[in-house]
Ligand binder design. Structure first.
Ligand SMILES: Cc1cc2nc3c(=O)[nH]c(=O)nc-3n(C[C@H](O)[C@H](O)[C@H](O)COP(=O)(O)O)c2cc1C
Length: 386
């Protein structure tokens, strides 16, 4: 086995990092019809980004989406395109990392290399790339593109190899692959971050995990309990170590934080159970299953069996307004920090944060949770002059 390289560090030195996930899309990442849900109003996106930047939150992670999930709220029916949004938000901020999300079947690796390098210059070295291979054929029908569930991650791997080679610089090169045949591939400027900005992947199927093990600096794992997450995380890291890589593992968390536990639990029940968008969830599950390969559906690995089960059956402790794979953390600021300490203890390095309404809920999180994270030694205080 190859010896794993030390993990690349991104976006500062906090031991547990945070990002805002899904602010470019109507509904964010919550399957809820509650009237206070996120509407992806541009003024609000700007405000919450500036607030997150000032508070020392590490990154903004958008979702690349081309149609909604239907149901009552049509979550994601409205969404801002991630590359254009990133350049705009990059110019408004000073420290926060800004990800773009690229569907490999829609964006050529040469376009992505140039666009990500552009963003890296605009932000003075704060760009990041989330590579996604797609799962909902309906949204690719808008582009007239067919996704092959059996081969999508093979294409992703070739795409990532070309992307990283272009940003490595050097003489123009030809590429004769299965999915790409290129002549004179070259790009200038190169990214400021070397050898290239951080690459993230949230693949979950067997093929997806194998892809991510080879290319990602940050891996997302879905989570429904501490023991399961600890086990999955170890297996993901071992898989990457076989390629000499040591990515950081992050989770997605839905934050439901209030002054009292009772208030938090009532609010959770209100938006995620009483106002769950059941039709949208049913559509999402159908499309996710339709987009999986035969071997993933057969559940050749434990992770895949869990995934298929979670898409086919009711989901453990979380209400149905919580996105599959998202981990709800419900309670007072002390409860939230206690849970984040448990996550850190099993090796989780950060979390993509979701709120029903980011702008209404982030200020309380910044005021109450971040200082407690500092006391716990997981984050450092941000000084206003930093
Ligand atoms: C944090 C995170 C971000 C994601 N971003 C996107 C996205 O922007 N667009 C998209 O189509 N899929 C996105 N996905 C879905 C994943 O790319 C992937 O398709 C999904 O986790 C299922 O894994 P699989 O493709 O291996 O079956 C995201 C998933 C997670 C957990």
């Amino acid at each position: 086995m190859t010896t794993a390289q030390p993990a690349r560090d991104f976006f500062g030195s906090n031991r547990f990092k945070f990002g805002l996930f899904g602010i470019n899309c109507g509904g964010g990442m919550t399957l809820s019809t509650a009237p206070e849900r996120w509407t992806a109003d541009w003024d609000e996106i700007e405000k919450v980004t500036v607030l997150a930047d000032a508070a020392g939150i590490e990154f903004i992670l958008p979702i690349a989406k081309w149609r909604g999930l239907g149901g009552k709220a049509d979550m994601w029916g409205r969404s801002f395109e991630t590359f254009s949004q990133a350049a705009a938000l990059g110019a408004l901020t000073k420290r926060i990392g800004i990800f773009v999300t690229a569907h490999v079947s829609l964006i050529s690796p040469a376009f992505a290399a140039k666009a990500v390098a552009t963003l890296d210059h605009v932000t003075r070295g704060r760009a990041g790339l989330n590579i996604v291979c797609g799962w909902n054929q309906d949204e690719f029908d808008i582009h007239g593109v067919v996704i092959d569930p059996e081969r999508r991650y093979d294409q992703g791997l070739e795409w990532a190899r070309i992307f990283t080679r272009m940003l490595a610089g050097g003489a123009p090169f030809d590429w004769d692959g299965e999915f790409y045949k290129l002549r004179g591939a070259v790009t200038d400027p190169l990214s400021l971050q070397r050898p290239y900005p951080p690459i993230m992947s949230a693949a979950q199927s067997g093929e997806g995990r194998e892809f991510a093990a080879q290319v990602a600096d940050i891996l997302f794992t879905s989570m429904h309990g501490i023991e399961q997450a600890a086990d999955t995380l170890q297996r993901m890291q071992a898989q990457a170590a076989a390629y000499g890589r040591s990515p950081a593992v992050y989770v997605e968390t839905q934050m439901i934080c209030r002054r009292t536990r009772r208030e938090a639990e009532d609010f959770y029940y209100y938006f995620a159970e009483e106002h769950a968008d059941a039709e949208a969830l049913a559509y999402l599950k159908r499309q996710r299953i339709a987009g999986m390969s035969k071997s993933a559906l057969a559940g050749t690995s434990a992770a895949e069996r869990t995934l298929v089960a979670r898409l086919s059956e009711p989901m453990g402790k979380s209400y149905s307004g919580i996105f599959p794979g998202m981990y709800p953390i419900v309670g007072t600021p002390d409860d939230i920090v206690a849970e984040l300490i448990r996550l850190k203890a099993i090796g989780v390095a950060g979390s993509a944060l979701v709120f029903l309404n980011y702008l209404r809920e982030l200020p309380f999180f910044v005021e109450e949770v971040l200082p407690r994270m500092e006391k716990a030694g997981l984050r450092q205080r941000r000084h206003s002059a930093d």
